[in-house]
Design a protein around this ligand. Structure first.
Ligand SMILES: [Ca+2]
Ligand SMILES: [Ca+2]
Length: 414
């Protein structure tokens, strides 16, 4: 079932002011991102309190460590230089897990998790247990409720455990740009008003499943978790930029300034150039919040420039087209009456400024000759004509003298 996350009721909007500092977690709550940037390559997840892993004895080759590469090639992703590498080599049915700290809401509220996943090997197919990233609610103790399961053909949104009737629906295929070695941005939205869990990949359309959290579970206390127990679940995957937002709040990006604000209700982010992203935090917006650019047309000259911020194209004779390109927008030079007041000039309609560039020309934008006064300068006075005639005479005399000089020189040399 396709659902527009934006359209989901915002009735449960809740700002849990002052709550952010109470949780001892590197994911700040109710909004914030765990970037893993503070870790050194090779650091174990257990060094990032309150995150922790569980690897049931006997010892099994299960590790969760910080990394800076994808499939062995050092790289970065939108400024991110660290992430977690989960290596589960499936040494039998033992607990291979890692967890975030608990997210504790002061009241029941909808929430959104956003995180990036990169599968470094194809997960198991068939009936084997699949690796999954799930949300657990506190049911004394915590238990699985819903999440994303990774299979040999793609990823599914799933409901399991105390989350309600077990269910699974395809989210994306294991093929570029969501294949092995590709970063995939996952969004998981839990709506207690409508008892739905929804997920989307790379900002695409979302899929949803009904939920029915066990009455014994606490809707206000949950956490993020990797599940690698069971047999046949060998996997290797990367996890980055894990964020959580509690309440119907999100990031508000103001395209006129490039300023982004966290924890904003949709109703407070409705400006013409503002974009609201449910459950998102500014730090993990992709693309990041920047001042909008577009085509800037100078309506006088007809010159057009691409990629210009709106603030740099606000002249009275300029037109800015958000997201537009000069190839696509009409940017013609204005025309007008061109009066050349030279004694032999005159007025011509429909000329651009560039076409009316002579030293004795005057351009009247948008005007017609019938509307403008175009008086020609008078023919030069007799005195001026006299000077011209004198100059011409001097030239003639000079040429005659030069010519006779040449003839004299030729006679001498003969
Ligand atoms: Ca990171
Ligand atoms: Ca395992």
């Amino acid at each position: 079932m396709l659902v527009n996350l934006r359209a989901i009721s915002a009735a449960a909007f809740l700002i849990v002011a002052g709550f952010a500092s109470t949780a001892r977690a590197d994911v700040e709550h109710p909004f914030g991102t765990q970037t893993f940037e503070s870790m050194d390559v090779g650091d174990d997840i257990n060094t990032l309190v309150p995150w922790f892993s569980v690897n049931t004895p006997p010892e099994s080759p299960f590790t969760v460590v910080a990394a800076d590469d994808v499939l062995g090639t050092p790289t970065t992703r939108d400024g991110s230089t660290r992430w977690l590498r989960v290596t589960d080599q499936d040494a039998g049915n033992v607990q291979n897990r890692f967890y975030s700290g608990a997210v504790i809401s002061p009241a029941v509220a909808n929430y959104t998790w956003v995180f990036y996943v990169n599968l470094e090997m194809t997960p198991p197919g068939g009936t084997d247990t699949k690796p999954k990233l799930v949300i657990q609610h506190n049911n004394s103790p915590f238990a699985n409720a819903w999440g994303i399961e990774f299979t040999s053909t793609g990823a599914n949104l799933i409901v399991l455990g105390i989350g309600g009737a077990p269910a699974s629906t395809p989210l994306y295929p294991l093929a570029s740009p969501t294949g092995v070695g590709d970063w995939v941005k996952l969004l998981l939205y839990v709506d207690f008003d409508n008892n739905m869990v929804s997920a989307s990949a790379n900002g695409g359309p979302s899929v949803s499943l009904p939920i029915n959290l066990a009455a014994t579970a606490d809707k206000k206390v949950h956490r993020f978790c990797f599940r690698g127990e069971g047999t046949g679940n060998a996997s290797k995957l990367l996890v980055d930029d894990v964020s959580v937002v509690v309440g119907e709040i999100g990031a508000c990006c103001d395209g006129t300034s490039g300023v982004c604000t966290d924890g904003v209700a949709e109703s407070e982010c409705t400006g013409d150039q503002q974009v609201w992203s449910l459950g998102e935090v500014c730090g993990s917006l992709d693309p990041s919040c920047t001042e909008h650019t577009g085509a800037c047309c100078d309506r006088v000259s007809g010159d057009c420039a691409d990629g210009v911020p709106g603030s740099a194209c606000d002249g009275s004779q300029q037109t800015w087209t958000k997201g537009g390109t000069c190839a696509a927008v009409v940017c013609d030079a204005a025309t007008g009456a061109c009066c050349n007041d030279d004694p032999f000039g005159g007025c011509i309609d429909g000329r651009t400024l560039a076409e009316c560039g002579c030293s004795t020309c005057e351009w009247s934008k948008g005007q017609e000759c019938a509307d403008v006064t175009c008086e020609l300068q008078s023919i030069p006075a007799v005195g001026e004509w006299g000077l011209l005639v004198l100059a011409l005479l001097l030239l003639i005399v000079g040429k005659v003298a030069f010519g006779s000089g040449l003839r004299a020189a030729r006679r001498q040399s003969a």
